[in-house]
Design a protein around this ligand. Structure first.
Ligand SMILES: *Cc1c(COP(=O)(O)O)cnc(C)c1O
Length: 365
């Protein structure tokens, strides 16, 4: 069955006369539980919830491995680091990965005695020896570099390292790290998977049952659990993921081509562009090139002017939503990007309207 078909019904319960397609969220702190706790799948709500289970079944179908939902993308990142790394271990972290991931690696984890090596994507292959965990992010946010998951997983496993991929930008619909050989597929579902700018959520998928149980214990003991309403909304939103990503990636391609041809734009990164250094690899391991584009204007002032004049590219952080948005990344500090660097997320609006808006806004800078 094609993924576009599978995702519409992923995780839905077996049809029963008179029941809902996607049963509503289960709001509970405790469940009726007589006698032996093991006699019920649901005992206490920090451990389990039927709304989580349905969403996790859906994720499992996409990820090709069992999945656990977490309170946020960072809670999911933290669960992988926390269950894998012990003082004295080495973790190789892709140098241009998500800013907060770098912060917690170089902050908390390095303070407790874990050696954190920040390595540029292209040099990871030659820096694997001694590592306990290799942390990849492809395409990376916000620079959109792509690394070869299958190749790095083979090399890392040969030296005994585990491989985790932050798959947020691509989503499990467009790229399946587990089938490419990674041990963990991690994502912030806040972004494209949910895609409606209305909730914060994350998940981890694994192949190995032992790793799954460690992550489950971590989630139960740290309480990094998601609310049932968010999980239910995520499951509901997921049914349109193929439709959204195929449409939004198509529009993103047109927008990237437009930006590339515009003389006010210094440079553009989008893995879908044939001229992009990431294109060949992205085409090999991704089904869609995602909704995110980055481009550079001459200065902070020009970028600020762009935001004053653009109507449809709402100035906001985050990406992957049905609403187009963009931001000047350097306003946060932390990313190694020029002052006029803009990360843009292409939404579900009409491509002609988006390009008309870009034309007028870039015309006024
Ligand atoms: C947003 C993001 C995260 C963190 O996710 P939250 O849901 O905000 O906690 C992690 N990795 C990447 C690549 C992200 O874009």
């Amino acid at each position: 069955m094609k993924t576009a078909t599978k995702i519409v019904r992923a995780g839905l319960p077996t049809p029963e006369q008179g029941s809902a397609f996607l049963p509503g969220p289960t709001f509970a702190s405790a469940y009726h539980l007589k006698g032996e706790p093991s006699s019920s799948p649901f005992g206490y709500a920090r451990q389990s919830n039927p709304t989580w289970s349905a969403f996790e079944n859906a994720l499992g179908e996409l990820e090709t491995g069992p999945s656990l939902v977490f309170a946020s993308g960072m809670a999911a990142v933290m669960a992988v680091f926390g269950t894998t790394l012990r003082p004295g271990d080495i973790v190789v972290v892709q140098a241009d990965c998500y800013y907060t991931t770098r912060l917690i690696a170089s902050g908390y984890f390095s303070e407790i005695g874990i050696q954190v090596k920040l390595v540029p994507a292209k040099e990871i292959e030659t820096n694997l020896v001694g590592a306990k965990l290799v942390w990849l992010e492809t395409p990376s946010n916000p620079n959109l570099d792509v690394c070869d998951i299958a190749r790095i997983a083979t090399l890392a496993h040969a030296v005994g390292a585990l491989v985790a991929v932050d798959n947020t930008t691509a989503t499990a619909l467009a790229q399946q790290p587990l089938s490419l050989g990674a041990d963990f597929s991690v994502a912030s579902d806040t972004k494209a998977l949910c895609g409606h700018s209305d909730l914060v959520l994350g998940h981890v998928a694994v192949k190995d049952a032992g790793l799954l149980e460690k992550l489950r214990t971590w989630r139960t003991q740290t309480g990094s659990i998601a609310g049932p309403m968010e999980v239910w909304l995520a499951h509901r939103s997921m049914a349109t993921l193929e439709l959204r990503l195929s449409h939004q990636s198509g529009t993103a391609m047109q927008v990237a081509e437009f930006l590339q041809s515009h003389n006010s734009v210094q440079s553009v990164r989008y893995p879908g562009l044939v001229s992009d250094p990431s294109h060949a690899l992205a085409a090999k391991q991704m089904r869609f090139f995602s909704t995110v584009i980055s481009f550079v204007l001459d200065s902070k002032e020009k970028a600020d002017a762009f935001f004053r004049h653009s109507v449809l590219f709402t100035e906001a952080t985050s990406f992957g939503s049905v609403h187009s948005s963009a931001e000047r990344r350097a306003r946060w500090g932390g990313d190694v990007v020029p002052p006029g660097f803009i990360r843009m997320s292409v939404g579900l609006e009409d491509s002609q309207d988006l390009i008309a808006d870009l034309t007028q806004a870039l015309g006024k800078i």
